[in-house]
Write a protein that binds this ligand. Structure first.
Ligand SMILES: [Ca+2]
Ligand SMILES: [Ca+2]
Length: 364
């Protein structure tokens, strides 16, 4: 009978030791006299929860306090293998005082959390939180000038292409950073690929487009990383070159204006300049006659030079007939802006004077 009672008692003790969520109290005493002690039960924390920040390894863990607890420690359990790890930098030896903490640098995976209340040597552990998915993957995006976009260009809009490595759901025109500050972007497209049309530039300069971090989000809510680019700048040039009236020289010349050219090759030059993309070429044209306008409607081409170092020289013997001419230069910059110079007057006289045999006393 005594043995049976002992076994029963042992059974009760084992049951108490293995019960979850119930704390065990203990105390020691020595000496004599009287004293008092309180006993009670340390309740488990409740409402343990974890919320992962999309695109990061951070989980915000929270719980409802246990009345008698002096601190808490948090345990992260990986669902795939039930492995446990100390979370939030807490442990039984290093408890947290509040009712929330951040669990940092958590590897991607599916987890749940428990929170353990501590009072002296008492502990009481919460029920598991709901599952928490940690996924630190963020959308990456490239921005480059669109294939076929002229660079340099004098035309707007200037087009760029944004390509995300995963579908984003909330990418808008407001998410694009453009330069110069006067420019605006209009985004079209969906899914992973978008066109960014930039316009509103008022001066010659460099136009660029980029996307700051965390402006567009994937379906899980993770914000993008800042855009990267191979070439996201386009030179915008709306400043026409300057072009003076062309110079004209020949091996034998007399005077300057009008230039007298005695059946010589004429070399035309122009010290054209340009702000923005630089002078790409100078073309020369002539119109016959001493006066009147000389435009593309009436002129005849002489030639084109791209040699800026020597002021775009073109040599010609095209001015073959006697008479007055006007020669103009048309300077074109690398973006296609053009300027037509004032005219330089040239007089061509390739007909030698006729000489009559002189007569002496009526005899030749
Ligand atoms: Ca470029
Ligand atoms: Ca220019």
């Amino acid at each position: 009978m005594i043995r049976r009672r002992l076994l029963l008692l042992l059974g009760v003790i084992v049951a108490l030791l293995t019960a979850t969520g119930v704390a065990l109290a203990f105390w020691t005493t020595s000496g004599t006299g009287t004293g008092s002690a309180m006993t009670g039960t340390l309740a488990s924390p409740t409402n343990a929860a974890g919320v992962a920040t999309p695109g990061s390894g951070t989980v915000a863990v929270s719980w409802t306090a246990s009345a008698e607890a002096t601190g808490y420690y948090v345990t992260r359990i990986r669902n795939s293998d039930s492995s446990s790890a100390a979370a939030c930098g807490t442990s039984s030896a290093l408890t947290a005082a509040g009712t929330s903490c951040s669990d940092l640098a958590v590897a991607d995976g599916l987890y749940h959390y428990t929170v353990t209340a501590v009072l002296a040597s008492w502990t009481a552990t919460s029920a598991s939180s709901a599952n928490v998915t940690v996924n630190s993957t963020r959308p990456a995006v490239t921005v480059n000038q669109t294939a076929g976009q002229a660079d340099p260009t004098k035309n707007a809009p200037i087009n760029f292409t944004a390509v995300f490595d995963t579908v984003v759901t909330d990418f808008t025109s407001a998410d694009v950073t453009v330069a110069p500050g006067t420019a605006t972007a209009v985004v079209t497209g969906s899914g992973t690929t978008y066109n960014i049309a930039v316009s509103g530039m008022t001066v010659t300069g460099t136009v660029s487009a980029s996307i700051a971090a965390n402006t567009a989000h994937n379906a899980a809510g993770a914000g993008n990383t800042a855009s990267t680019s191979t070439d996201n700048t386009v030179t915008y040039d709306v400043t026409a070159p300057t072009a003076a009236a062309p110079g004209a020289t020949a091996a034998v010349t007399f005077g300057t204006t009008p230039l007298f050219v005695n059946n010589e090759v004429v070399t035309l030059t122009d010290a054209a300049t340009d702000t923005g993309t630089g002078v790409a070429s100078v073309s020369y044209y002539y119109c016959t006659g001493a006066t009147g306008t000389c435009t593309s409607a009436t002129w005849t081409g002489i030639g084109t030079s791209t040699v800026s170092a020597t002021n775009f020289p073109v040599s010609t013997s095209a001015l073959a007939a006697d008479g007055p001419y006007r020669v103009v230069a048309v300077a074109t910059d690398a973006a296609g802006n053009t300027t037509t110079s004032a005219a330089t007057a040239i007089t061509v006289d390739i007909t030698p004077p006729t000489v009559t045999r002189p007569t002496v006393n009526g005899h030749s």
